[in-house]
Design a protein around this ligand. Structure first.
Ligand SMILES: Cc1cc2nc3c(=O)[nH]c(=O)nc-3n(C[C@H](O)[C@H](O)[C@H](O)COP(=O)(O)OP(=O)(O)OC[C@H]3O[C@@H](n4cnc5c(N)ncnc54)[C@H](O)[C@@H]3O)c2cc1C
Length: 490
């Protein structure tokens, strides 16, 4: 008999889950409140410019390829990308500039020369980063942490035996300070905490595995921009017979006798055998499962940071900038104190500038660039965002002018702004967090919501707010974990 799976939300994880369920032989219907698939991964155009609205850094593309391969489709026929040779251009107020090469050999040589740091020290750090990644990814990222079987595996044994090398009990900043003499190199390696929306002053030093993603496994740019990631998967899902209901919000998950039985939307009622929820788990308990007991401790976990983004059409080419650029703040610790403790924005925030037209010329008119100017920001706790946006914009403009020796206002010919409040309202992301719960404690991995409900049979969860966490690769892995928990439909 053809059993039905309902997917709530078509974020990257919902799309991946729908494909995996289709491959397992289920009828799949995906419901989406918005009029497009992709959730945070979307784009928009204005005055001849195109901007990816959310993510800009793309790593581990093999997790996308896997989804095409499930259907024996050659991924390169449908979705293409290339490796970036230069990872990121870093800028400091004192005039120092550093281009981080993807080649480890070149990175080590150039970083050692510029920051006066022993090349062997940098190499050892990067080797350790790889070791940490290799030991923990099979356990913490690829499996459910909430099933007994996970703990009786070779991967767990290896991680346990090597746990003293994982640096679980001090912060990333403490580790980096103990390794590097150069403040600037500490700041470069501390920044990796922001890849999952955490602070380097609290996140455990195991996060020093993240540099391996960039410097070992590489950063990529998808042809057509990041938006193509969700669009190519959407097209694949359509071709494979996933049914999509856009502009249809799920309002309730139905259940009886501890089993899910279907959903109610703003339009109708749909029975199903399995429900996979890609809605932020906080909002899901609040809105879709009001009668269920809430896992309070899990839902109260501190949320990851959010972002304030200025999308600027710039009528000038800046040869000193590349796809990814960072203009560092002078007081990094203060910046994170503001985000996580004061729920505010420091007077000198680090600025990230992403320019996809460097890779994809058609993203901006001739002689122009599409700047995505982002600063890490606290979630939406009712701050006065209108005032904050104005103040922060001025600080950003002044900092860019100082560091790039330019009057940037002269060149801005198009502008849009995105703040945490809108991120929250567009995707139901609790507090507008980019990556679900933060990783600001060593227990964070264990306190994320499991990929299944402990109360209702046949209810599963995927996406950035549940295990293993936020970011494109982890969201894709959450869909894979869910799929591994569900049998093939025979
Ligand atoms: C500004 C920004 C920058 C980022 N940068 C990066 C980056 O560089 N690299 C990276 O890897 N990640 C980055 N991220 C994080 C990444 O975008 C997310 O982790 C990921 O896209 C989340 O995917 P998801 O599957 O959890 O679903 P989401 O994208 O959160 O989508 C959930 C979907 O479910 C729908 N939905 C929710 N509730 C309902 C309901 N009741 N009924 C119907 N539909 C519903 C929503 O409308 C939405 O479309 C960034 C995010 C943002 C916002």
């Amino acid at each position: 008999m053809n059993k039905r799976v309902i997917i709530i939300g078509t974020g990257i994880s919902g799309l991946a889950a729908s494909l995996r369920m289709r491959r397992k032989g289920y009828e799949v219907i995906a419901f989406e409140s918005n009029d497009y698939a992709g959730g945070k991964i979307t784009d928009f155009q204005k005055n001849g410019y195109r901007w990816d609205m959310g993510p800009s850094l793309f790593t581990l593309p093999s997790y996308i390829d896997e989804l095409f391969e499930l259907f024996e489709a050659a991924p390169r026929k449908y979705f293409n990308y290339h490796l970036k040779k230069n990872i990121c251009n870093y800028f400091w107020e004192d005039g120092t500039r550093f281009s981080a090469a993807a080649s480890q050999e070149v990175f080590i040589k150039e970083a050692s020369a510029l920051f006066n740091e022993d090349a062997k020290t940098i190499k050892k750090y990067l080797d350790r980063s790889k070791l940490k990644y290799d030991l923990t990814a099979p356990l913490f990222l690829e499996k459910s942490l909430h099933r007994k079987e996970t703990y009786f595996s070779l991967a767990t044994f290896k991680a346990f035996v090597n746990s003293y090398r994982l640096h679980l009990f001090h912060s990333l900043n403490t580790l980096n300070r103990s390794v590097f003499k150069s403040e600037k190199l500490v700041q470069i390696f501390n920044r990796f905490a922001t890849y999952n929306g955490s602070t380097p002053y609290k996140t455990p030093a195991i996060m020093s595995l993240i540099p391996h993603l960039e410097m070992g496994l590489g950063t990529y740019f998808p042809q057509g921009g990041i938006h193509e990631i969700s669009q190519s998967l959407y097209r694949l899902a359509q071709a494979q017979g996933v049914q999509f209901h856009f502009n249809e919000s799920v309002e309730q998950i139905l259940h009886s006798n501890q089993q899910t039985t279907g959903i109610i939307t703003n339009i109708g009622q749909y029975p199903s055998d399995i429900v996979i929820c890609n809605m932020d788990v906080f909002a899901a308990y609040d809105k879709l499962l009001p009668n269920l007991k809430k896992p309070i401790k899990t839902l109260q976990q501190e949320r990851s940071s959010s972002a304030l983004i200025f999308y600027w059409g710039i009528k000038k080419i800046f040869p000193e900038l590349d796809l990814h650029n960072i203009l560092f703040s002078q007081d990094y610790e203060k910046e994170f104190e503001h985000i996580f403790d004061k729920k505010s924005i420091s007077s000198d925030p680090t600025i990230y500038i992403n320019i996809s037209s460097k890779e994809e010329g058609s993203d901006a008119p001739q002689g122009c660039e599409n700047w995505f100017v982002m600063i890490n920001a606290p979630g939406n706790y009712g701050q006065d965002w209108e005032t904050l946006k104005k103040e922060v914009r001025q600080r950003i403009v002044k900092k860019i002018n100082r560091i790039l020796k330019v009057n940037i206002e002269e060149y801005i010919e198009a502008e849009e702004i995105l703040e945490p409040m809108t991120i929250e309202s567009r995707t139901y992301s609790h507090k507008g967090s980019l990556y679900g719960a933060s990783s600001n404690s060593q227990f964070a991995a264990f306190l994320r919501h499991p990929n299944f409900s402990k109360q209702l049979k046949n209810l599963y969860f995927c996406g950035g707010s549940v295990h293993p966490g936020g970011g494109i690769p982890l969201c894709l892995l959450s869909a894979k974990i869910v799929s591994n928990l569900i049998p093939v439909n025979k």
